[in-house]
Design a protein around this ligand. Structure first.
Ligand code: NOJ
Ligand code: MG
Length: 508
C-alpha cells in the first residue's frame, strides 16, 4: 500500500459542483458537463485544487442522480463520456483533480438488476426483499426522506429503500454487488478520474434480522447512535474492499459521507485500510457561536487524529441550508458566512466549498409548485426538502437566468434580486465575497504560515497554526483585540486595532 507522507488530498481545497446548477451549455435549463468545462478558467482563478461532481451517471433523476440506473455511463442530461473526458482534460490541464460521486448503498429502481428482480422473484437476492408481517412491512423502519422504508410489490413481497422508493437498497452480502462496485471504480479511475466521494458511507451493511428502530427522532441524515439502519460493523469490510481497489491507483482519493455518533465511530472509517478522508459535519451543525465553533473544530481534529487521517471542513453542501441563511440571512448572515469562510480556510486538512458559497448565495424560498426534492412529497408536504440550496449559480447580467443558461426556464427558478451576486458583478469588486474567497484560497495555498497539523487555541476565538498563521473570529457583539502582527486578510473593515463582531482576520 502506498502512503505518501503528504498526499495532494490531505491539504486540498475541493470545490463541490452540483452539475444541475453550475452552468448549462445546451439551453435546456439544466447544468451539464460541457457547462462545467466552459467555466474551468473560473475554477482555476478561484484557486481550487480539486472538484467533486455530484452524480452524473445514468439516472431517472428521482433523487437527481442519487438513483443510478447505469453506474458506468453519463446521463444524457449531463452529456456523454466524451464530455466527461473533455472536462477531466480541461481540469488536468490546469492542475485541478476531478472526483466523482459513488453511490454504493442503493441503485435506481430502473437499474436492470431491479427490473429483473421485479419480474422474477428468484432474482431478488441482490436487494433486500422480505415477506411482510401481519399484512404490513417486515419491520418499522422509516425512510430518511419520510414515510416507510419498505414498498410492497404486486406479488406481496416488500423491498427496503432507506431513501426514496425509487432507490432500492443493495444487499451487500451478495458477491455480485462487490464485483460490480469494483467494475465501476475501475471504469472511472481508468478514465483518469482522481477519486470518489462515497455516498452514505455509513450505510450499506444492514444488521442481521433487521430489528425495529426507535422512531422518536428521524431527522434527515442525522441518525441516532442506536439507529440499526446505519454504522453497522460489516460496513468496514466494504470500505476495505473499496480501498484495495483504490490502492491500485495511488494518487486517487476516497472521501466518505459519514454521519455517525462519536469520534471513535467516525475514526473507524479512516483507518489506514479504509477511506482516505471523511466528511465531518460538525462545522455544518455548529451555530455561529464561539464555543460551538471551537468544539466543532476540536472534535473534528480529534476524530481525524484518532485515525492518523487529515481532517476535512465543510460549511455547506447540496443537502443543507446554505450558511448565509443558517447564520441569519441578510447582511449579518452574509458577514458571518464570510467570517466562517476564513475560519474554515485557516484550518489544517482539506476544505470543501459548495458551488455558490464563494458568491455568498443564500438559500432560496421556493414556491410549492416548483419543489422537486422527493422529501417534499414523501414527508406529506411537511418538509420542503433541499431545493432551496440547489438553485442555479448566477454568472452575469441583471435578470434570471443570469448567464447560467440561454433559457430563463431553468430547472429551479432563480431569484429576481440576484444581480449583485453574479460572478460578473463580484469580479470587479475587491470587497466581494468572491474576491475574499479567491484571496483566501490563494494565500492558503501559497503561504508557509499555513503549514503543520493541529491548532493551538490562544483565546476563545483565536487559534494558531504551527506554521505561524493566527486566525481570530468574533462571534460576540463587541469588538475584540487583534493579535500582534501583520494582518494578512480580513473579511470586513477593522475598527481601529480591533476586530468587529461577525468578522474574522488572518494575522501572521
Ligand atoms: C446523501 C446525498 O448527499 C443526498 O443528496 C442523497 O439524497 C442521499 N445520500 C441518498 O443517496
Ligand atoms: Mg444542459
Amino acid at each position: 500500500m502506498s502512503r505518501p507522507k503528504s498526499p495532494w488530498w490531505s491539504r486540498a481545497v475541493f470545490y463541490q459542483i452540483y452539475p444541475r446548477s453550475f452552468a448549462d451549455s445546451d439551453g435546456d435549463g439544466v447544468g451539464d458537463l460541457d457547462g462545467i468545462t466552459a467555466r474551468m478558467d473560473y475554477l482555476d482563478a478561484l484557486g481550487v485544487q480539486a472538484l467533486w461532481l455530484n452524480p452524473v451517471m445514468v439516472s431517472p433523476m428521482a433523487d437527481h442522480g442519487y438513483d443510478v440506473s447505469d453506474p458506468r455511463d453519463i446521463d444524457p442530461l449531463f452529456g456523454d463520456l466524451a464530455a466527461l473526458d473533455r472536462l477531466v482534460t480541461a481540469a488536468h490541464d490546469r492542475g485541478i483533480r476531478v472526483t466523482m460521486d459513488l453511490v454504493p448503498n442503493h441503485v435506481s429502481s430502473a437499474h436492470p438488476w431491479f427490473v429483473e428482480a421485479l419480474a422474477d422473484p428468484s432474482r431478488r437476492d441482490r436487494f433486500i426483499f422480505r415477506a411482510g408481517v401481519d399484512g404490513g412491512p417486515p419491520n418499522n423502519w422509516v425512510s430518511i426522506f419520510g414515510g416507510p422504508a419498505w414498498t410492497q410489490v404486486p406479488d406481496g413481497q416488500w423491498y427496503l429503500h432507506l431513501f426514496d422508493s425509487a432507490q432500492p437498497d443493495l444487499n451487500w452480502d451478495h458477491p455480485e454487488v462487490f464485483a460490480d462496485i469494483e467494475a465501476t471504480l475501475r471504469f472511472w479511475l481508468d478514465r483518469g478520474v482522481d477519486g470518489f466521494r462515497i455516498d452514505v458511507a455509513h450505510g450499506m451493511a444492514k444488521p442481521a434480522g433487521l430489528p425495529d428502530m426507535d422512531l422518536t427522532d428521524n431527522q434527515l441524515l442525522r441518525n441516532r447512535a442506536d439507529d440499526p439502519r446505519f454504522d453497522n460493523d460489516a460496513v468496514h469490510d466494504i470500505h476495505r474492499f473499496i480501498r484495495r481497489v483504490l490502492d491500485d491507483y495511488p494518487e486517487a482519493v476516497t472521501v466518505g459521507e459519514i454521519w455517525v455518533h462519536g469520534n471513535e465511530q467516525f475514526a473507524k472509517y479512516l483507518r489506514p485500510d479504509e477511506l482516505h478522508l471523511g466528511f465531518n459535519f460538525q462545522l455544518v451543525q455548529a451555530d455561529f457561536d464561539a464555543v460551538a465553533v471551537r468544539t466543532a473544530i476540536d472534535n473534528s481534529l480529534a476524530a481525524a487524529a484518532l485515525a492518523g487521517a487529515a481532517p476535512t471542513w465543510t460549511l455547506s453542501n447540496h443537502d443543507v441550508v446554505r450558511e448565509v441563511s443558517r447564520y441569519g440571512d441578510g447582511s449579518q448572515g452574509l458577514a458571518r458566512a464570510r467570517a466562517m469562510a476564513l475560519v474554515k480556510l485557516a484550518l489544517p486538512g482539506s476544505v470543501f466549498v459548495y458551488n455558490g458559497a464563494e458568491l455568498g448565495l443564500p438559500n432560496v424560498d421556493l414556491p410549492d409548485e416548483v419543489l422537486q426534492d422527493p422529501v417534499w412529497e414523501r414527508s406529506g408536504r411537511s418538509e420542503r426538502g433541499r431545493d432551496g440550496c440547489r438553485v442555479p449559480v448566477p454568472w452575469s447580467g441583471s435578470a434570471p437566468p443570469y448567464g447560467f443558461s440561454s433559457t430563463a426556464d431553468t430547472w429551479l427558478p432563480m431569484p429576481a434580486d440576484w444581480a449583485p451576486l453574479t460572478v460578473e458583478a463580484q469580479s470587479g469588486d475587491p470587497n466581494s465575497t468572491l474576491a475574499l474567497y479567491r484571496r483566501a484560497i490563494h494565500l492558503r495555498s501559497t503561504r508557509p504560515e499555513f503549514s503543520g497539523d493541529g491548532v493551538e487555541w490562544l483565546g476563545p476565538q483565536t487559534f494558531r497554526r504551527p506554521g505561524g498563521l493566527t486566525c481570530v473570529f468574533n462571534t460576540g457583539d463587541a469588538p475584540i483585540p487583534l493579535p500582534a502582527g501583520e494582518v494578512l486578510l480580513t473579511c470586513g473593515p477593522l475598527t481601529g486595532g480591533s476586530l468587529p463582531p461577525d468578522t474574522a482576520a488572518w494575522v501572521v
